[in-house]
Design a protein around this ligand. Structure first.
Ligand code: ADP
Length: 267
């Protein structure tokens, strides 16, 4: 079983990802797809007059401040446009894909964090009314039911809090929790860069391999959102996933290439 996470940034070629995934699926490989939608969510939020607000925590992680209205826009895009667009592509390629969010059947479950600390002009502020959290539990039973019946799960945030409230969770770390819970042999984190770059954005500075025991020491090379990917990779390998690859989803055969060792391989 492999878990493929495809991001939501500009430049990602979903047709290429789906065509490659369909080929792999038809060859008998069990897969689960997790996707993002941040780029499109930002665009739609602007159009709806509720532009995105990003906060940077004192430890340097950037996240989306998700008030109720943002959560609704987030769901429209992630669970609606993005999820159904991917499911439609896979259906056209003969794969019986089922698109679900982490809320459905509590596939992704975690603690609701209502407030977030944000560094603004050098000062730490506490913002309340945030709908975020981190995935702590995965409903493996539901995923296994789908896989055993021949369906390809296409999953997306939000997750469900323990109280049943929708929470925005990081897709890379949700994919990592899923890969660990499903005992995946590999997890691919596909984005709009060739992999983890030592000297971002210089693509020639691609880091080819990272020893599994050493992933967290590579956090220093990742800026902003890439940090969550490195963290997700560390959580996955620590949880027993054999291999994590940061791969390029902009063209070609993104999944086959990553499985063949293109990108940054954490092993
Ligand atoms: P996605 O939504 O596709 O999952 P993100 O936008 O969250 O991806 O994260 C990938 C982005 O991280 C890249 O587009 C790049 O701008 C940024 N980034 C920061 N540091 C690095 C780095 N060292 N190597 C590669 N990308 C990096």
């Amino acid at each position: 079983m492999i878990v493929v996470k495809v991001g939501g940034s500009a430049g990602i070629d979903y047709d290429a990802v789906c065509a490659d995934l369909a080929q792999l699926w038809h060859s008998g490989q069990k897969c689960i797809l997790v996707h993002g939608g941040s780029g499109e969510t930002n665009r739609v939020a602007e159009l709806l007059g509720h532009p995105p607000r990003f906060v940077t925590s004192p430890s340097g992680y950037t996240s989306r401040f998700t008030d109720r209205q943002t959560l609704e826009i987030f769901e429209m895009v992630y669970c609606g446009k993005m999820n159904k667009g991917i499911v439609e592509r896979l259906q056209r390629l003969g794969v019986n894909a089922v698109g679900l969010s982490g809320l459905d059947g509590r596939i992704f479950e975690g603690k609701h964090k209502d407030s977030v600390r944000s560094v603004e002009n050098g000062k730490i502020k506490v913002l309340r009314g945030d709908h975020t959290g981190t995935v702590e539990r995965v409903n493996t039973h539901l995923i296994a039911l789908l896989l055993d019946a021949g369906y390809l799960p296409v999953l997306t945030p939000p997750a469900a809090s323990y109280e049943g409230v929708a929470i925005n969770v990081d897709g890379d770390r949700a994919a990592a929790a899923l890969a660990v819970a499903m005992k995946a042999e590999a997890m691919l984190l596909l984005s709009n860069v060739p992999g983890l770059l030592r000297d971002f954005p210089d693509e020639a500075s691609l880091i080819r391999t990272i020893p599994a025991a050493d992933v967290e020491s590579y956090l220093e090379f990742a800026q902003d959102r890439m940090k969550k990917k490195v963290l997700g990779a560390a959580e996955a390998v620590a949880g027993g996933v054999g291999r994590v690859v940061f791969g390029d989803a902009r063209a070609g055969q993104p999944i086959s290439a990553a499985l063949a060792g293109a990108g940054t391989v954490v092993q």
